[in-house]
Design a protein around this ligand. Structure first.
Ligand SMILES: C[S@@+](CC[C@H](N)C(=O)[O-])C[C@H]1O[C@@H](n2cnc3c(N)ncnc32)[C@H](O)[C@@H]1O
Length: 356
C-alpha cells in the first residue's frame, strides 16, 4: 500500500481491501497541552470508547473557548436569564452556612472552578461573616486556574488563594491541599467541596467522581453540586446553552488540533442510548487514521466512514437514580433545591453515617 501525500500533515492510503483513509497527526501545540499520562488516557478513550473526553477540551486554547462562552452567555446580564449557579448558591446560603455547627471556619474547595465567577457572591457573603479560612481552586486546566487566580485575587485580595491542577475523575483530593499546620486548627475548619456548572453531567465515570469526593471528605464536610433533573431520552432536540455554543467552539478546536478537514465530517447532536446522555459527536464522512507518533507514542486509530466520536456529553439525573448513585458512593443527600427554571438542581451531601 503506497501512501500518497496530500499536504504536510495528512496522507491518503489506498488498497483494494482497505479503501482510502486520510492519515492525520495532531499539531505540536496539541501535544504540548497534555501530560504523557493524559495522552495515553485520551488515546485509549478514542480507541475503546470513541470519545474525546470533554475534560480535555478545557485545556490549552480550550480554556478561552469556555471563558468566552461564559462571558457571552452565562455571566448575569439584565437581558438574559440569571445564572443558575449564582441563584442556587444564594438560595441555599443559609443551609450551607448553618450546617457545620462544630466548626468556626471553612475552606471552599472549588473542584472544576473554571473562571471562579459563580462563587463570587457566595464567597463575599461568607467573607462578611468572617467564615472563610481559604479558597482552593482545583481544575484539570492550568489555563483556567490562571484565570481563576486573576479573578479571585482581584475580588478578594485578603482571602488566601491556593490552586492546583487536578482530575477528580482520576483520584480523591489529597488532604495536604487544605490542611493547616496544627491538628487543633484543622478540627475547627470544615471543607465545602463545590462542583458547579453541571460538571457532574459531563464526566465519563460519574460514580468514580462521587467515590473520589467521598474519599476526600470528613464528617463535617459538605459536597455541593448542580445538575439537571429529567429524562435524557425525552430531549426535545432543541440546541441551546452549552450544547450549542460551547460545543460549537470545541468542535472547531478539535478539528483544528487533530487536522481533520471540515469537508470530511459534521457535528451531530443526539440522545445516546448507551450512555443515557445527550451527546455531541464528530461524524466522519470518510475513513480516517488518527496517528499519534510523537513523545514516544506509536498509536494509530482507525475511524471508518460514518463512525462517530463523542466530544461532549450531558447526563440529566432522575432523582431516584441520583440518590442511588450517591448512596453507592457512601454519600447521603441532605438537601436539594430546584432553580426557578425547574430542571437545574443544587444537591448538598454529607458522608453517609456508615462512613463516619
Ligand atoms: C462546565 S465548566 C464549570 C466551571 C465552573 N465551575 C462554573 O460553574 O462556571 C467545568 C469545569 O470543570 C473542569 N473539569 C472538567 N472535568 C474535570 C475533572 N475531571 N477534574 C477537574 N476539573 C475538571 C473544567 O476544566 C472546567 O473548568
Amino acid at each position: 500500500m503506497t501512501p500518497q501525500k496530500i499536504d504536510s500533515n495528512s496522507q491518503v492510503y489506498s488498497d483494494i481491501s482497505n479503501p482510502i483513509s486520510r492519515i492525520v497527526e495532531p499539531s505540536s501545540e496539541f501535544y504540548s497541552i497534555f501530560s504523557q499520562e493524559e495522552l495515553v488516557e485520551l488515546i485509549q478513550a478514542l480507541e475503546l470508547k470513541r470519545e474525546f473526553p470533554l475534560k480535555y477540551s478545557y485545556k490549552g486554547r480550550g480554556a478561552n473557548i469556555w471563558n468566552n462562552f461564559y462571558q457571552k452567555y452565562v455571566v448575569p446580564k439584565w437581558y438574559q436569564t440569571p445564572n443558575v449557579e449564582i441563584e442556587l448558591l444564594k438560595k441555599n446560603f443559609a443551609y450551607i452556612n448553618g450546617n457545620y455547627q462544630d466548626c468556626n471556619k471553612i475552606n471552599i474547595v472549588d473542584v472544576g472552578c473554571g473562571n471562579s465567577y459563580p462563587v463570587k457572591n457566595f464567597i463575599s457573603q461568607l467573607d462578611k461573616l468572617g467564615k472563610i479560612n481559604k479558597y482552593i481552586a482545583l481544575d484539570i486546566s492550568q489555563e483556567l486556574l490562571t484565570l481563576s487566580q486573576a479573578n479571585f485575587t482581584k475580588w478578594f485580595p485578603s482571602i488566601e488563594f491556593n490552586s492546583s491542577t487536578f482530575d477528580i475523575e482520576a483520584s480523591s483530593i489529597p488532604a495536604d491541599i487544605w490542611q493547616n499546620s496544627t491538628a487543633l486548627q484543622n478540627k475547627d475548619i470544615a471543607n465545602i467541596f463545590l462542583h458547579l456548572g453541571v460538571t457532574i453531567a459531563n464526566h465519563q465515570d460519574r460514580n468514580r467522581v462521587f467515590q473520589n469526593f467521598k474519599n476526600s471528605m470528613g464528617k463535617n464536610d459538605l459536597l455541593v453540586f448542580t445538575n439537571e433533573i429529567g429524562s435524557n431520552s425525552q430531549w426535545d432536540g432543541k440546541v441551546r446553552g452549552g450544547c450549542k455554543y460551547h460545543v460549537d467552539g470545541i468542535y472547531t478546536w478539535i478539528k483544528n488540533e487533530m487536522e481533520i478537514s471540515s469537508e470530511d465530517c459534521e457535528l451531530v447532536r443526539k440522545y445516546d442510548v448507551k450512555t443515557d446522555s445527550i451527546t455531541a459527536n464528530i461524524k466522519f464522512h470518510q475513513n480516517y487514521t488518527l496517528s499519534f507518533s510523537k513523545l514516544g507514542l506509536d498509536r494509530q486509530i482507525e475511524i471508518l466512514k460514518d463512525e462517530e466520536i463523542t466530544i461532549w456529553r450531558h447526563h440529566k439525573y432522575q432523582m431516584p437514580e441520583l440518590i442511588q448513585d450517591l448512596e453507592k458512593a457512601g454519600l447521603k443527600l441532605v438537601h436539594s433545591s430546584h432553580s426557578k427554571y425547574l430542571s437545574p438542581i443544587m444537591v448538598i451531601c454529607k458522608l453517609a453515617d456508615s462512613e463516619i
